[in-house]
Design a protein around this ligand. Structure first.
Ligand code: RUB
Length: 311
């Protein structure tokens, strides 16, 4: 939890692989590939929900595994370069989401955001930089209070925000024109996994006829969901919920960190490649992660190469 937000987590994983490659001092190729694969598994196990993490890693591993070279130094370069490429792409993507998403914000809008999402903030910040006068409301985001980070970041950009408790969202929805949140994972059917509480906000927005937008880079789309895999929801320590309060010992506390918002509650997903209806997520996956779906079919389902050509 020292590194938060799906984008930052992905960039940190890419940086981790880059550092691993730099620090490798062995000379044999098999040893290097095994070492990088072990580091990749270690990094992937740090947080289970944000698909940006495995997506950053498979991007680098795919490059490594499709390079034919007998030279360790050359393979190290492949890992380093692909990691740098991913990090650069990720930062640019967040910026582009801001530019594209800001077009949906109108002068005078009141916007609600939840948790702390760089992609959602990028939209708000770009709209303000374009001269649009907007009001922002942001939730505290219990139990880890990422909303405080959001409030601080907005203030740094001289954007005033009103901090509200998560349970006050319905009471404030009549003042809101648009909701913008980030994503940890977007599944093939357009459902979005984001910080716990997001789906409740979407439900309230739907009831009030308020537009609900998700800002998500393409590396937040999950190739494994095309093949039926479920997204694991991180369950965190009960201590985050009860804090230092004296509670009876036998009380049962659950603390899921994320929830799933169905596509019917999402008006659009803002990506760095354009604004899409959530139902078009499968197209993003086929176009940008066709290779990952093929790798998965070849390595885990053991079908042969010829059967994957239509993906
Ligand atoms: C952060 C969170 C964010 C998404 C998107 O959760 O749910 O909304 O990760 O963030 P946590 P970004 O604090 O548990 O990591 O747009 O910055 O990738």
């Amino acid at each position: 939890m020292k590194i938060r937000g799906a984008g930052r987590i992905a960039r940190a994983a890419a940086l981790g692989l880059k550092l691993a490659a730099i620090n490798y001092s062995g000379k044999d190729i098999v040893g290097f590939k095994q070492y990088i694969s072990n580091v990749a598994e270690f990094l992937k196990a740090t947080r289970p929900t944000a698909v940006s993490l495995p997506n950053a890693i498979i991007f680098i591993l795919h490059r490594l595994n499709t390079t034919t070279s007998e030279n360790v130094e050359e393979l190290k370069r492949v890992v380093i370069n692909s990691a740098e490429e991913f990090i650069k792409y990720s930062k640019k993507a967040t910026e582009n989401i801001g530019i594209i998403g800001a077009k949906r914000i109108e002068d005078g809008d009141s916007i609600l955001t939840h948790c702390n999402s760089s992609a959602a903030l990028s939209v708000i910040i770009h709209a303000v930089r374009e001269g649009k006068k907007i009001k922002v409301y942001n939730t505290e985001t219990r139990p880890k209070f990422q909303g405080y980070i959001t409030a601080r970041k907005l203030l740094k950009e001289c954007i005033k925000t009103t901090l509200i408790t998560d349970s006050a969202v319905r009471a404030f929805m009549k003042k809101i024109d648009k909701v913008i949140v980030g994503a940890d994972t977007v599944s093939a059917n357009g459902a979005v996994v984001n910080k716990i509480g997001t789906s409740q906000i979407a439900l309230i927005a739907k009831e009030a006829n308020v537009d609900f937008y998700v800002a998500a880079e393409t590396y937040k789309f999950s190739p494994a969901t095309v093949l039926g895999e479920y997204i694991i929801i991180e369950e965190r320590s009960p201590k985050e919920v009860i804090r230092n309060l004296e509670m009876p010992k036998n009380i049962n506390v659950r603390n899921p960190a994320f929830d799933v918002t169905p596509p019917e509650y999402i008006d659009a997903i803002i990506t760095e490649l354009g604004i899409i209806p959530p139902q078009a997520s499968i197209l993003i996956l086929k176009e940008h992660y066709g290779w990952a779906i093929r790798d998965y079919l070849l390595n885990e389902i053991f079908i042969d190469e010829a059967e994957t050509t239509s993906i």
